[in-house]
Write a protein that binds this ligand. Sequence first.
Ligand code: HEM
Length: 286
Amino acid sequence: MTSSPTPDRPTPDRDAPEQARLDFTRRLSYGDYLHLDTLLSAHQPVTGAHDEHLFITVHHVSELWLSLVVRELRAAMDQLAAGITDAPLKGLTRVVRAQEQLTAAWEVLKTMTPADYLQFRGAFGEASGFQSAGYRMVEVLLGNRNPTLLKPHAHRPDLHGPLEAALHAPSVYDLTLRLLAARGLPLPAEVLERDLTRPHEAHPAVLDAWLTVYRDPERYWDLYELAEKLLDVEDNFRAWRFNHLTTVERTIGFKRGSGGTSGAGYLRRALDVVLFPELWEVRTHL
Ligand code: HEM
C-alpha cells in the first residue's frame, strides 16, 4: 500500500521560490549590497536617441572591466616586486579573461549604424575615450608610457596623481626583467635603470636573456610561463585596439575624433605599439 501526504501536513517543496528570503525591510538586499541605485543612476542619456543607451552601457561596462584589470595588474605587480613568479599568473590570467570581455563588447556596439550614432553624437561634445583614466592606467602599468597622454587629467589630482606615480614606477615588464636579472641572467644597467617615463626599448641583452629562458623552459619554467602570460596580455590588448579601430571606421569613417585627434589615423598608429618587444622577437631566433 502506498502512503500519500496528509492534507493537513503537505510535504514542503524545498525547491519552491517561497523558500527564499522574501522580506528585505530590515535586511541587506542584493541591490543594497551592490549599490545598484547608484550604479544605474549613472546611466543618463542626454538625447532621446535609442542607441545612446547602448553607447553609454558599453562604455560603463568597459570602464568596470578596466578598473578590474588595473586592480589585478597592480596585485600581480606587487607579487613580482616581491620576487614571486607563480602567484602573479593567477591575476594575469584574470586580466586576460577580462580583456576578452572588453573585446567582446565591440560586437554589441557594432550593431549601431553611423545614422544611429549621429542621432546623439552632438550630446557629448569633446568627450572621448582618449580621456579614460582607467585605460591610461592600464597602458602605463603595462609600459606604454607618454606623459602627454596624462595631460587631460591635470585638472583632476585624484586621477592625475596615481597616473603620475605609476609613470615613475616600474611597469609589469620592468619588474619581470628585474626578476630575470635576479635569476642571474645578465642585464645591463641601461635596461634595469632606464627612464621609466618612456616606453621600454628593445635591447639585445634582454633578447639574449629570454633566449636562455626559451631554450631551457624546464629550468626556467616559472619565468617561461610568466613570459607567455604577458604575451597573452599583449595579444589581447592588440585585439581590443584593432576592434576599436574597426568599430570607429565603420561608425565615423575618417572624421576627426571627438577628443581632437585625427581619429582612425591616430588609432591605426597605436596598433604599432609593442609592449614586450623581445617576447615577440625571441620566437624568430628559436
Ligand atoms: C562608436 C563608438 C566609438 C567611437 C566612434 C570611438 C572613437 C574614438 C576615436 C576617434 C578615438 C581617438 C581619440 C579622439 O577622440 O580623437 C578614440 C579613442 C579612444 N576610445 Fe573610442 N570610440 C568609440 C567607442 C569606445 C568605447 C566603447 C571605448 C571603451 C572604453 C572607447 C575607448 C577609447 C579609448 C581608451 C581611446 C584612447 C585610445 C588611445 O589613446 O590609444 N571607445 N575613440
